[in-house]
Ligand binder design. Structure first.
Ligand code: GLA
Ligand code: ZN
Length: 659
């Protein structure tokens, strides 16, 4: 477990490197990430590689015991490359190129882009393979999908479709192109989805999104292959940008050693009670990408801003608390973005730990404290992991399908997943957030929000977990379509109807209207977005609607299957419903739970063998009291704490739980 910073030697006069390195060492930093945008310095003109400046910088840092992660610079092809081979630029749906001088201006399928990337990565890998201070690589920077419609992408897209479908007839069939006379009679008629209209065939657009993910994965794989071959002793990772994301991170990270996340929690005081919850989800998702601990490759160090007005500066305690939150949920290394704010360029006001003044201030001192604490606790925490008893399923593909066809105003796949996760976090129940394709054996409770696209294979896996004792919770818009993004011709929830023991007689997309739901004990809750009017086919009704022509009709059902249960929640209820419902289920299933957390305070547990470390984080600007129900010794400062724990704004406590 260690601390690092993102450092750009090329942004600073050489005379500053030595002082920076010394201050880093004195602060407890043992790692820098460098070079991910430095192509124009590493290869100033074609074929003229210049690594001398980076060697000099690395050796200064290495002399202070600081190790190095090198980023491959493929996110920023230099001007000479763009000038010579304009086909490196991505082309948008209206056929305009994305220009250089920003970043991310690279078509993943451009042969020149691939060729020049391979060359520079090979040179860098060969050069640094045996450097004693270099420990690993980051590919590119924050890959995303940018919808390239260039000729190369069109050719590759047709090849991709040939591989998948074999014939034009099979595509017509799979996508249902008969609608609006969209049938293809030759391959040459198939292009990427040009024109940027929302009226395109959803099956076509979803396949194009998959093709784009595969293009990124291939572009990255080219780099991974070179790095594996030339640097067998180094790790390879990538810094994923946050969520939600159409790019499939599970595929992107498949051949990496671990995932890294760039984590920028909001500093907005109005969001102070809530932003820790979306952060918790992002961290749980990142841990789920490889089902193992991860790195934070960038995180907040000061007020962000630049092409948008600046955010508030991190409140005292914020940088430290969110650093610990990342560790609590599975980060093993924290790399802060960035050491010092840039005096030039597009990100001048995305602040680093040190301001332009070059005088380390309040934020720096807080970061220094965090470094000291991490160093102190590393021997205990190294090798510890996070494991939940509850799995929440996530899918980039479901997210894309909903993005292609929003179902009703106010309904957002990811926001709905967020509310479910937030309820568990508030209840003090740890969850793993996993790819819907993941092996879920061992989980007592599985929440599968809106499995809009559903295939028989996923259905039979879920049914089997349930038969073997798992509880499964389904929500609206489940089983609507097959993987071709084509509707199932059968009652909802489609292929899961039998397991759910219920069908949907009719639905009402109520959007932002609110309705009321009555639980069997008489308690009422509001609901919005969507109302599935349910017809039990073996399931028991557990809650009913109170409004409209479907007043009295079932809204929630439960169905015993084998040794398990399937619940179908036919609407999107307010949080209070989730809290009560999940609390009840947690009691029935005897789930481990930290109860009594006040709003905005989070817990997490990291374990190794029989050792268990409890983290308590007050991620709010308020003083909070937490029922610890015992007296413990703080691992941070050795003080006795509890049984009732007073937590100042952004306070953190870490204790070892007795065995
Ligand atoms: C991203 C990028 C960084 C930097 C920060 C701040 O996370 O990876 O290079 O641009 O945002 O804007
Ligand atoms: Zn392209």
């Amino acid at each position: 477990m260690r601390m690092g910073v993102d450092y750009y030697p090329e942004h600073w006069d050489r005379s500053m490197w030595e002082d920076d390195a010394r201050l880093m060492r004195d602060t407890g930093i043992s790692l820098i990430r460098v070079a991910e945008f430095a192509w124009s310095r590493l290869e100033p003109t074609e074929g003229q590689y210049d690594f001398a400046w980076l060697d000099d910088a690395i050796s200064i840092f290495a002399n202070h015991g600081i190790q190095v992660v090198i980023g491959t610079p493929s996110c920023t092809p230099p001007n000479w490359l763009v000038e010579k081979h304009p086909d490196v630029l991505p082309i948008d749906a209206l056929l305009h190129p994305k220009h250089s001088g920003v970043r991310g201006h690279r078509c993943y399928n451009s042969p020149s882009m691939r060729q020049y990337t391979a060359k520079i990565v090979e040179r860098m890998a060969a050069h640094y393979a045996d450097h004693p201070a270099v420990i690993g690589w980051q590919t590119d920077n924050e890959f995303g999908l940018h919808e390239c419609h260039c000729d190369h992408c069109n050719v590759r897209f047709r090849e991709w479709l040939k591989d998948k479908y074999g014939s034009v007839e099979a595509i017509n069939e799979a996508w249902g192109t008969v609608v609006w006379s969209g049938e293809y009679s030759s391959w040459s008629q198939i292009t990427t989805p040009l024109g940027g209209t929302k009226h395109q065939n959803p099956s076509f657009v979803l396949d194009y999104t998959r093709f784009e993910t595969d293009s990124v994965v291939e572009f990255q794989q080219l780099q991974i292959d070179i790095l594996r071959k030339l640097c067998p002793n180094h790790f390879v990772t990538h810094n994923i940008w946050s969520y939600p994301m159409p790019l499939d991170y599970y595929k992107l990270c498949e051949n990496l050693d671990f995932a890294s996340l760039d984590y920028y929690p909001s500093t907005d005081p109005e969001k102070a009670d809530s932003n820790g919850y979306s952060g918790a989800l992002t961290l749980d998702l990142t841990r789920g990408v490889k089902r193992r601990n991860f790195w934070i490759m960038e995180t907040i160090s000061g007020p962000p801003g630049c092409w948008f007005p600046m955010w508030r500066t991190p409140h005292p305690g914020f940088i430290r608390a969110f650093g610990w939150q990342s560790i609590a949920r599975g980060a093993d290394t924290l790399v802060h973005f960035r050491w010092r704010s840039a005096p030039t360029g597009a990100e001048q006001f995305w602040h680093g730990l040190i301001d332009h003044s070059n005088v380390p201030g309040r934020r720096f001192e807080e970061y220094r404290q965090l470094c000291g604490e991490v160093e102190k606790l590393a021997p205990l925490l190294d090798g510890t992991e996070v494991q939940g008893e509850v799995a929440i399923l996530h899918s980039h593909e479901q997210y894309s399908a909903f993005r292609i066809q929003p179902q009703v105003e106010g309904m957002d796949y990811f926001d709905n997943l967020k509310s479910i996760h937030r309820a568990f976090t508030k209840l003090g129940i740890m969850t793993d957030v996993l790819d819907e394709a993941a092996d879920l054996s061992g989980y007592k409770l599985i929440i599968a929000p809106s499995l809009f696209l559903l295939d028989p294979e996923l259905v039979s896996r879920l049914e089997e977990y349930v038969r073997n004792g798992a509880t499964l919770i389904l929500t609206p818009r489940t089983g609507v379509k097959n993987r071709n993004n084509v509707c199932w011709i059968q009652p909802l929830p489609g292929p899961l109807s039998e397991a759910a023991g219920v069908t949907v007689a009719e639905y009402d997309p109520i959007g932002k209207d609110t309705h009321t739901l009555r639980w069997k004990d008489g308690k009422t809750y509001s609901c919005s977005q969507w109302c599935d009017i349910l017809e039990p086919q073996g399931a028991d009704a557990l809650a009913w609607y109170e409004d409209d022509f479907y007043a009295g009709q079932p809204a929630v059902t439960g169905h015993a299957v084998g040794q398990g249960n399937v619940y179908y929640v036919g609407t999107v209820p307010e949080e209070a419903f989730y809290l009560d419902f999940f609390r009840d289920i947690a009691e029935q299933l005897d789930l481990v739970r930290f109860s009594g957390l006040p709003e905005g305070v989070q817990h997490a547990v990291r374990t190794k063998g029989t050792s268990r470390y409890l983290f308590l984080l007050n991620l709010t600007r308020k003083q909070q009291t937490v029922p610890l129900d015992r007296v413990c010794q703080s691992l941070l400062d050795g003080q006795s704490i509890g049984p009732s724990l007073n937590m100042a704004p952004y306070a953190v406590e870490i204790v070892e739980l007795s065995r």
